[in-house]
Design a protein around this ligand. Structure first.
Ligand code: ZN
Length: 377
């Protein structure tokens, strides 16, 4: 079936690399673009490539404080002080580098562009692989993120009167987005992530469910080390199908970090990109517009391949036979490549099953007891 699908990227986004010792690699979006372009997957009926504009100060101030934006701008130009450090700028995971303001503003502009394309009806689905900077707070940088493009996109859509579902499957808790909308019921946030007991940012427990009007509209699904495809999908279905059907959003903002994949150097889950296909197909099943973004992903080859695969699914281009043709030489450095963009299936040990299952069952039970009743479920 054909959908109007927009791929949002510009080579401008490749001009501002993070420092070489920082794991966050801004070349991933450009690599995804090149592969898709080479394979003819950015052409065809309904498919468009769209270049973003940087988000302006007025837009950015809807999420971030003026003081913080000024500190970021100064740091980007080489001026930074202790006050900036208090705001996380210049910390070990948010280094200062030339062009950091420009890069972040453009990544935000790309997600805002996606939101606009959806609002105008120009796109049913849009993908900004440079987005997903979900750890940025109004006045604090965190986890390689300086400006929160996904938070801004949700806000923009909500201001247009839309009921927004934000769903995040990056391996890290979407703290910057979840806490921004913590007391609101017009933006539901659902975050699947590795348990805060073993991974940054140390928050995102299942009992953090929102407050005030937003109580029950923040859903956190922390997962134990070693979580594998089949149990992930079983959990995903049990949590999301009733909640999303009941919430009935107008639009979905979907953060697709690829650091949940097995072999990611910063995290400990054991998924393959086949799960990403299943997740996307479930979301498409709700027949709502979807703004999809990138996010984390520190095994660069696996991340690029997962996002290329995600594009083919969301844009309705998935055709296994065609994928296998014409792939030669493009992704051969990738460890788990088995042809096409898909990962091979991974074996699950009995130890993994025995440790993962009870931990996940406890999380599901908690959500069913504490969140579902708030929605009459
Ligand atoms: Zn992450």
């Amino acid at each position: 079936m054909s959908r109007k699908a927009a791929f949002i990227h510009s080579t401008e986004l490749e001009k501002y690399p993070y420092p070489p010792d920082c794991p966050f690699n801004t070349s991933r979006a450009g690599q995804v673009h090149r592969i898709l372009h080479t394979m003819g997957l950015l052409f065809g009926p309904g498919i468009s490539e769209v270049a973003p504009e940087p988000a302006d100060r007025i837009s950015l101030k809807k999420f971030h404080t003026a003081r913080y934006l000024q500190a970021l701008k100064n740091a980007s130009n080489g001026k930074f002080d202790i006050e900036a450090l208090y705001m996380g700028i210049g910390s070990s995971d948010c280094p200062v580098f030339k062009g950091m303001y420009e890069y972040s503003a453009l990544a935000c502009g790309a997600s805002l562009k996606g939101a606009e394309l959806i609002l105008s009806g120009a796109a049913d689905v849009a993908f900004n692989p440079s987005g997903g900077l979900h750890h940025a707070f109004p006045e604090k940088a965190g986890g390689f993120c300086y400006m929160n493009d996904v938070g801004l996109a949700c806000l923009h859509l909500a201001e247009a009167g839309k009921k927004v579902l934000y769903i995040d499957i990056d391996v890290h808790f979407a703290d910057g987005v979840a806490y921004f909308f913590y007391d609101r019921k017009d933006v539901m946030t659902i975050s699947f992530h590795e348990s805060p007991r073993t991974l940054f940012p140390g928050t995102g427990f299942e009992h953090e469910i929102g407050e005030g009007e937003g109580k029950g509209y923040c859903i956190n699904v922390p997962l134990p080390i070693g979580t594998y495809d089949s149990i992930y999908m079983e959990t995903f279905r049990k949590i999301t199908l009733p909640l999303i059907s009941n919430f009935n959003p107008d639009v979905i903002v979907f953060e697709l970090g690829a650091d949940t994949l097995a072999g990611d150097p910063l995290a400990h889950l054991h998924l393959t990109n086949n799960t990403y296909v299943d997740v996307i197909n479930i979301l498409l099943g709700f027949k709502k517009p979807i703004l999809m973004t990138g996010g984390g992903g520190y095994n660069i080859e696996n991340t690029v391949r997962a996002w290329a695969l995600a594009w083919t699914i969301i844009a309705g281009l998935d055709d296994g036979h065609r994928m296998d043709l014409g792939m030669g030489g493009i992704m051969l450095q990738s460890t788990d490549w088995q042809g096409g963009f898909r990962d091979r299936e991974l074996a699950v040990s009995s130890h993994q099953q025995q440790t993962v299952k009870p931990a996940i069952e406890a999380v599901i039970k908690s959500i069913k007891e504490n969140v579902f009743p708030l929605h009459g479920l």
